[in-house]
Structures are given as structure tokens and as C-alpha cells.
Design a binder for this molecule. Structure first.
Ligand code: ADP
Length: 653
């Protein structure tokens, strides 16, 4: 080993701030520091056991040891995990990298001076630094498996730490806390806040509370007094008393997921979930099941309270943990769960896979593919059940994850009918969520199709001119305001037996119609023939057709797509994605009952009016584009035409 040099380094400003808050605030849950340190130790053992799959020399029976020294007020947490290199200590322990810690610091900032909010720390996993809640000095010694040197790190939590190389030792890490003095009884802010963590009783209680499920034994050195006995086992009067130190295992180690689902309590799930995900909220939903028979595995799945910020980013971490017969194989195994359930956290423990399975094998493995299929079915049924049994909870879930679930229509059309039952939609009738079945249930007599309108924003959608006739006939229209909705309706086509039809595409069919409506339509057809013919020719460059509509009651005109054509929303989506857009001509529909259309009809009967008709026609197209939220080709030209028309009207021309 080279001559050890002691390097003194400063914490980053943010880390310093966090440490400061940790030290100077009063918490009711000081004991969470132990959960955090044990969790780190357990993760480190997971890692070395994973390495051992390819490097048998590292084979380790994991063990986490607590050594309490009451007289010296010290507590040491030791593990035989993977350990850290010099650089890793600087990177992981010297800097604040963890999202939980950052969120915690943010929250404290938000609370300003009242930063001593007592339960805050219990809600946030703040990792290693939580040691400073109970310690005024922390020493970490570690040696990475296979490294020539070990590392010692030391800090008083005062803005600096020292780091130095030490002789190599068996791989693993030990964290020694020099515990703060206990508060005098009269200073105790809250009962139960000043537990003595150098007392075995307190340690046992705390481990039971937070870390009972940790898969490795957590042991405590306890003194055992043995009195001298004779050959018959009788105590020898005045004999010697021998004091032995023995290791007592203080956690049950029963991997939570191997237990009978109904016997695991919510508190146990919450603790386990926090250990698993480092999330500081309890999970929103929990699904735990065993599969037996042709496949054998256990899954423990959680819906996080909040979707991660990067749920829609390509590089988002996704997947479940994979265990094989309780041995940790890997985190973020994305082959275990479909893309559209990527927000789920949790694990699968399989009995059917070989222990030496590699990443590459997992990718193509038939057993893994079957597990994914079963997990998918279980999840779909679970959410269907939730929808039936607890609507408010399901709506909360849908608000958070509905958009991701809709991607199933893209990734896995085979399950589209099942996913259709999970959809919640907004409609023209109020703000509440409805299922498709509920919208079908409310269909009007004579209505044969379900109508929908896609767009970018609900507010714009609600006022779309294309909805006017539906309002008049009191027919409910589903409003779809997310980009992915185009894929949903494109793939779904039908809900059970009922066809899905765009309210802005093709001819309107499937709506209830009265005899008067029909008579009026025939009259109009004759009256407007000339206008329609002229406009069609004049606007042929921009439009596929000009026709009368039954869609509108108040507006003069709207644009619709051909039955097979692309909706305005799809066009905007493709354009936004930088896709070369085929120049799609749409259909201009005119409202025969509108004064402007009537006036244009009279104009068309005269000669020499083509220029003005063309002008008006183009203005109607532009207006229709504005109403549906689409951009204009020539906005300045439109603005000028409007002001010219206003000026002429004002002068009585
Ligand atoms: P988190 O565990 O949430 O990442 P921490 O602040 O608790 O945040 O720890 C930061 C990192 O330090 C860990 O991710 C891990 O890489 C490393 N680390 C902490 N404790 C140990 C340990 N006992 N053994 C090995 N590495 C550890």
C-alpha cells in the first residue's frame, strides 16, 4: 500500500445544508437512520451476491452486524457487502446524488424557518446522511471486493470530511456512529424521541419496526453469562461465571413476498416498499400473488403514489427486480412487465429459472416471457376490480397513470379489448370521468355509434363547432385531449359491439334524425347547389370538397376529414414530431341555416362575384381552423381581411 495521505474535502453546498438541517432539527422519528443504514448494507450484500454468480470467489452469506458500545456511546453497523472504492466513497458518500435527499432539501426550503416539522424525515429516505440525526461523528470504513486498499471516511457533519486509504480487509463496509449525548429528561421535546441507540433493547425494537423483512440476518452481539456447572449440569456453588459474547439474530428475515399475501400488513408493505424503491410516500396500491402449477413465481407489485417525472422519457428506468429462489438477480428487469405498466415497482421471484441466468438469457427466455404475460393479465384484472370496487381510488390512479396505460393500444393491440374496459374518458356531459360502458349506457334512442372528438385541450374541444349538432340532439360526445388518444381510437375502432366514430370526420351517420330534418336537407340541397359548385372550383387548391352540413347549429362553417382521412389532431401530432406531412385536403362544411352562408348563396346567384366569394370562402376556412385550434397558413392575410370587412360593415357598405 502506498503511504496513506489524509485528504480533507468539503461537502457540496447542498449536502452541507442538508447536514445542517439534519443536525439542528428536532425529529420525532430519529430511529429512521437505522432503517437507512441497514437498507444500504442489505443493498450492498445483494450486489456482492450478484457478482458471485459470475465470480464464485465472492460467494457470501450476507450478514449485517450491529455492535453497540454503551460506555463509549458508539454504534457500528457492519456488512459483508460489495464495499466501495476510494472514488466511490467520494462519489456516493461525499455528494448528494439521491433524488430523495434533493426532494427533502426542497421541501425543507419550502417550509422555510419551520423546517423542524417533526415527521418530515420519516417521509423522506435521506440515506446515509440520516446518521447525523443521532451522531455527532461518523466514521465509515470500507473495502471493495477485489481491491488492494480499504478506505476510511470520517466527518463531524460540519461541512468537511476526511478520506484516507487503509489496509485491505474482507470486503464490506462498517459505519461507526459516535452518538450524541442524550437529552436531559426535562429537555425532551416529545416522549420516545430520545431512544438510546447504544442500548440493545432499542436496537431490537427498531430493527423489528423497520427492517424485519431484510433477507439477511441482522445480528447483535449480546453478552451471555454462564455459570460453572458440574458433570451433572448442576450449578457449582461459588464457581466461576464466564461471560461470553454471542450473536443474536434480531430480524425474522422472512422475505415479505414469500409470506401468505393476506398475512402481510399495510405497515409491513409500506416499510418494504420504502426499502425497495427509496420512495418516501407509501404506495398507492399493492398487488401480491403467488402463481403455482405450470409456472411457479411470486410477484409483489406496487403502484407508486406519484408517477415519476420522467415517465414519458425514453431513457426512464423501468422494470421489476428479479429474484430466483430468493437470490437477488437484478434490478430494473424490463422484460418482466409491459411498457404501458412501466410505472409499477416491485419484484418477481421465480422458481423456474436457473440461478446463473444472464441479462442476455433473460431477454429471450421463454419462462420470463410467460411470467410477463401472467403479470400483465393479473394487473389488468386487478385494475378492473379496483374500478368496480373503489371508483375514487381508481380515478386517482387513472389521473396519474391513464396516459401510460393508453399506450397499450400501440404496444399490445392483442389486449385492446381488455384495456378498453379500463379506460376513463371525459365527455361533453360534465367534468366527471366515465367508462366507455357508461357512455354506451347513456346512448340516445336511434344513436348507433359512439362519437368522439380528439384535440389538444379540453377547453378548446368543448367549444368545437363540430359538437353543435350533438348538443342540439343531446347526444354525448367523448372528448379525447391527449396525443396518445389518436392511437387509442385508431386501434380500438369498436367498444364491444358499438362502433367508435369521429365527430369531425366523414358524413354524420348513426345519429337520431327526425322527418323534418330530412325534408329540410332536401330543400337546402337545391337552394345551395350553385354556391357549393362555385366554392368548390374557387377553393379547389385547398379543399377536397365543399358541402352542406347537419353538424352545425350556430357556427357558419367547419372543416372535417374524409372518413378514412387524418384528423386535425393527428396532423398536428405528426407535424410536431417533424414528420413530412402529405398535404391533406379537408372538406369545408357549411351551415345552411347561417346568415353568412345564406348571404353568400345570394351573392353566388349574381355574376362577377367570384373574387368576393373566394375571399369569403377562404375566411370561412381560416375561421374553422381557428375554432379547432389549428394554425393558419396566412394569419396576417386573415387579420387584414377581417379588419377590411369590419371597416366596410361599419361604413354601411
Ligand atoms: P441511496 O442508498 O438511496 O442511494 P445513500 O445516501 O444512503 O443513498 O447512499 C448513497 C450510495 O452510497 C449508495 O447508493 C451506495 O452506492 C453507497 N453506499 C452507502 N452505504 C453503503 C454500504 N454499506 N455498502 C456499499 N455501498 C454503500
Amino acid at each position: 500500500m502506498t503511504q496513506p495521505t489524509i485528504e480533507t474535502r468539503s461537502f457540496q453546498a447542498q449536502t452541507k445544508k442538508l447536514l445542517d438541517l439534519m443536525i439542528h432539527s428536532i425529529y420525532s422519528q430519529k430511529d429512521v437512520f437505522l432503517r437507512e443504514l441497514i437498507s444500504n448494507a442489505s443493498d450492498a450484500i445483494d450486489k456482492v451476491r450478484f457478482e458471485a454468480l459470475t465470480n464464485p470467489e465472492l460467494a457470501t452469506d450476507g450478514k449485517i452486524k450491529l455492535i453497540a458500545d454503551n460506555a463509549a456511546r458508539k454504534l457500528t453497523i457492519t456488512d459483508n457487502g460489495i464495499g466501495m472504492t476510494y472514488e466511490e466513497v467520494i462519489e456516493h458518500i461525499g455528494t448528494i446524488a439521491k433524488s430523495g435527499s434533493e426532494a427533502y432539501a426542497e421541501k425543507l426550503k419550502e417550509l422555510g424557518k419551520n423546517a423542524s416539522a417533526p415527521d418530515l424525515i420519516g417521509q423522506f429516505g435521506v440515506g446515509f446522511y440520516s446518521a447525523f440525526i443521532v451522531a455527532d461523528e461518523v466514521t465509515l470504513e470500507t473495502c471493495k471486493a477485489g481491491e488492494a486498499d480499504g478506505v476510511r471516511w470520517h466527518s463531524r457533519g460540519d461541512g468537511e470530511y476526511t478520506i484516507t486509504r487503509i489496509p485491505a480487509r474482507p470486503h464490506g463496509t462498517s459505519v461507526t456512529l459516535h452518538l450524541r449525548a442524550l437529552a436531559a429528561p426535562e429537555e425532551e421535546a416529545l416522549p420516545d424521541t430520545d431512544d438510546d441507540f447504544s442500548d440493545p433493547w432499542t436496537l431490537r425494537k427498531t430493527v423489528k419496526k423497520y427492517s424485519d423483512f431484510i433477507a439477511y440476518p441482522i445480528v447483535l452481539d449480546v453478552e451471555k453469562h454462564e455459570v460453572e456447572r458440574d458433570a451433572d449440569g448442576k450449578v457449582v456453588e461459588g464457581g466461576k461465571t464466564e461471560t461470553k459474547i454471542i450473536e443474536e439474530t434480531i430480524n425474522s428475515q422472512k422475505a415479505l413476498w414469500t409470506r401468505t399475501p393476506s398475512e402481510v400488513t399495510t405497515e409491513e408493505h409500506n416499510e418494504f416498499y420504502k426499502h425497495l424503491t427509496h420512495d418516501w410516500h407509501a404506495p398507492m396500491q399493492t398487488l401480491h400473488f403467488h402463481v403455482e402449477g405450470t409456472q411457479e413465481f411470486t410477484a409483489l407489485l406496487y403502484v407508486p403514489e406519484k408517477a415519476p417525472m420522467d415517465l414519458y422519457a425514453r431513457e426512464q428506468k423501468r422494470g421489476l427486480q428479479l429474484y430466483i429462489k430468493r437470490v437477488f438477480i437484478g434490478a430494473d428487469v424490463k422484460e418482466l412487465i409491459p411498457e404501458y405498466f412501466r410505472f409499477m415497482r416491485g419484484l418477481v421471484d421465480s422458481s423456474d429459472l436457473p440461478l446463473n441466468v444472464s441479462r442476455e438469457v433473460v431477454q429471450q427466455d421463454a419462462v420470463v416471457a410467460r411470467i410477463k404475460k401472467t403479470v400483465t393479465t393479473k394487473l389488468i384484472n386487478f385494475f378492473k376490480d379496483l374500478l368496480a370496487k373503489d371508483r375514487p381510488a381508481y380515478e386517482t390512479f387513472w389521473d396519474e397513470y391513464g396516459q401510460a396505460i393508453k399506450e397499450a393500444f400501440h404496444y399490445d393491440p392483442a389486449v385492446k379489448d381488455k384495456i378498453a374496459d379500463l379506460l376513463l374518458v371525459k365527455t361533453t356531459k360534465g367534468d366527471a370521468w366515465s367508462t366507455l360502458a357508461e357512455v354506451v349506457e347513456r346512448m340516445k334512442e336511434g344513436q348507433t355509434a359512439l362519437y368522439y372528438l380528439t384535440g389538444e385541450k379540453f377547453d378548446v374541444l368543448r367549444e368545437a363547432p363540430q359538437l353543435e349538432v350533438f348538443a342540439k340532439k343531446d347526444v354525448e360526445v367523448i372528448l379525447l385531449g391527449e396525443a396518445v388518444d389518436e392511437i387509442v381510437v385508431g386501434t380500438l375502432e369498436k367498444y364491444r359491439e358499438t362502433e367508435l366514430k369521429s365527430a369531425a370526420r366523414g358524413e354524420l351517420e348513426g345519429l337520431p334524425e327526425s322527418v323534418e330534418d330530412k325534408v329540410k336537407q332536401e330543400e337546402h340541397a337545391g337552394k345551395y347547389e350553385k354556391l357549393l359548385g362555385k366554392l368548390k372550383t374557387l377553393l379547389a387548391d385547398d379543399l377536397a370538397d365543399v358541402r352542406l352540413t347537419t353538424r352545425l347549429t350556430d357556427s357558419a362553417a367547419c372543416l372535417v376529414a374524409d372518413e378514412g382521412g387524418m384528423s386535425a389532431q393527428m396532423e398536428r401530432m405528426l407535424a410536431a414530431m417533424g414528420q413530412a406531412m402529405p398535404d391533406q385536403k379537408r372538406i369545408l362544411e357549411l351551415n345552411p341555416d347561417h346568415a353568412v352562408v345564406d348571404a353568400m348563396c345570394q351573392l353566388a346567384e349574381k355574376t362577377g362575384t367570384d373574387d368576393r366569394l373566394k375571399d369569403f370562402g377562404e375566411m370561412l376556412v381560416d375561421q374553422a381552423l381557428i375554432a379547432e385550434g389549428s394554425p393558419l397558413k396566412h394569419p396576417a392575410r386573415f387579420a387584414k381581411r377581417v379588419t377590411d370587412t369590419m371597416a366596410r360593415a361599419a361604413m354601411g357598405a
